[in-house]
Design a binder for this molecule. Structure first.
Ligand code: V1D
Ligand code: CA
Length: 437
């Protein structure tokens, strides 16, 4: 007999959603002239609460990621530096500051409680991945995560610890293949680089390309060694509309889902691709942005939703509140409910955004060329000798439960055996590919 839960899930589109939020995250401050404002996370959270969406999902406070959890990807000396540097002692760290790309004259300032900030957002993403691994949720959300530029031994583009890589490494303990999608207007370079040489993670970034940070993400950058063909880059131009975005996103993602068949999907939902963003130059409405969430949700594969960039903070809050409602399948009003930050949504107090008359530099021809080239790249994967799109044996139920444990390497057990068996040896090869020590 088909279970009632399965019946309900398939027929209503309702998903079990877990939401990870730490009340301290929004109190961290990059500085007055810096465009990254963690306060936006507080705005988003209060908007989500005011819509009553907390009643429909499980809300969790995360554990703080430990230094040893972070070194699953990052180098020991970089994490040691992050854990010790403060605005008061940075004069003693000048060599390391330039080595690790942090400090006053970089995109990555040293601010009060910087390490705690990284512990919060990384802890949220790791906990969210564990929730999905344990099949306790269909969708897990961490709007404080998605810091896609951080490298193994370097801060970059407002990002210090790469919570996305840490979450994907967690998902790889259970899933043979993980798909990463990045709709932030910037190229997801840190995640791409981490998995550039493996076929167990496919990365797909949609971004503004040409005279734009970080400068990487050309269409011809498709991966290396075992990972050849498994990095997908979709270079786009200013003025991107909802319609044009969907014309690239949907066929590319459909083809990826068909060929790669991931066990889990991570979607970085950077909100700097929205119309009117302070640093961005796309012209997407909330509907166009959230259509990516809706579309990925429709594949019924465990889904991790993360934040990322977003610099017009009232719109970031609108976007992630709306995307939370899309994840839940719960429609919400266009009238913003009264909440602690109501005045931010003045003068209209509406949820949805109206795109501007900005020229769309993505022509039919340019978009057609990008789509065709990428579909060809994906077509070439089929039947390639290195590609083994096999099902994972279904026995890998994790039995970890959150408790006093830190969720780190030593806590991870699968039914009947510890990680490090058959799949563990596959993992070893993978760890070499991604430069994990
Ligand atoms: F405008 C600024 C004011 C103060 C400090 C930094 C900036 C700023 C704006 N744009 N910095 C940038 C970008 N950096 C450069 C530098 C020039 N080169 C030497 C580097 O153009 C960085 C943009 C980072 C975008 C981050 C992100 O939105 O992708 C993100 N995703 O998740 C978290 C952040
Ligand atoms: Ca992107």
């Amino acid at each position: 007999m088909a279970s009632l839960a399965l019946y309900n899930k398939q027929n209503t589109g309702k998903k079990r959603v877990s939401y990870f939020y730490h009340s301290e995250v929004g109190h961290h401050y990059y500085g007055p002239a810096h465009p990254m404002k963690p306060h936006r996370l507080k705005l988003a959270h209060h908007l989500i609460l005011s819509y009553g969406l907390y009643q429909k999902m499980e809300v969790y406070r995360p554990h703080l990621a430990s230094a040893s959890e972070m070194t699953a990807f990052h180098s020991e000396d970089y994490i040691s530096f992050l854990s010790r540097i403060t605005p008061d002692n940075l004069r003693n760290f000048s060599t390391q500051m330039s080595k690790f790309n942090a400090g006053e004259f970089t995109d990555c300032p040293v601010f009060d409680n910087l390490f705690e900030f990284t512990q919060i957002y990384a802890g949220c993403s790791i906990d969210a991945a564990i929730k999905l691994n344990n099949s306790q949720s269909d969708i897990a959300i961490n709007w404080s995560g998605g810091l896609h530029h951080a490298k193994k031994s370097e801060a970059s583009g407002f990002c210090y610890v790469n919570d996305i890589v840490l979450a994907i490494l967690e998902l790889l303990k259970v899933h043979a293949r993980v798909l990463y999608i990045d709709i932030d207007i910037h190229h997801g370079d840190g995640v791409e680089e981490a998995f550039y040489c493996t076929d167990r993670v496919m990365t797909a970034s949609f971004h503004k390309y040409g005279d734009f940070f970080p400068g990487t993400g050309g269409i011809k950058d498709t991966g290396a060694r075992e990972g050849t063909g498994f990095s997908v880059n979709v270079p786009l131009q200013a003025g991107m509309t909802d319609e044009t975005y969907a014309q690239v996103f949907k066929p590319v993602m459909s083809k990826i889902m068909e060929t790669f068949q991931p066990g889990a999907v991570v979607l970085q939902c950077g909100a700097d691709s929205l119309t009117g963003d302070r640093l961005g130059c796309f012209n997407l409405s909330l509907n166009g942005h959230a259509e990516c969430v809706q579309f990925m949700k429709s594949f019924d594969v465990p889904l991790l939703l993360l934040g990322g960039g977003g610099y017009t903070i009232r719109n970031v809050a609108r976007c992630w509140a709306y995307e939370t409602s899309v994840a839940l399948g719960t429609p919400i009003s266009n009238d913003i409910p009264y909440n602690d930050y109501f005045e931010y949504f003045s003068p209209c107090f509406k949820l949805h955004l109206t795109p501007t008359g900005q020229e769309n530099l993505n022509t039919e021809e340019s978009v057609d060329k990008v789509r065709t080239d990428i579909l060809q790249q994906l077509q070439n994967l089929e039947g390639a000798p290195s590609v083994q799109f096999q099902e994972v044996p279904p026995a890998f139920m994790t039995t970890m439960e959150k408790g006093g444990d830190d969720g780190g390497k030593g806590d991870d057990f699968r039914e009947g055996r510890e990680v490090g068996g058959e799949v563990g040896s596959e993992m070893k090869r993978h760890e070499q590919d991604i430069g994990v020590d």
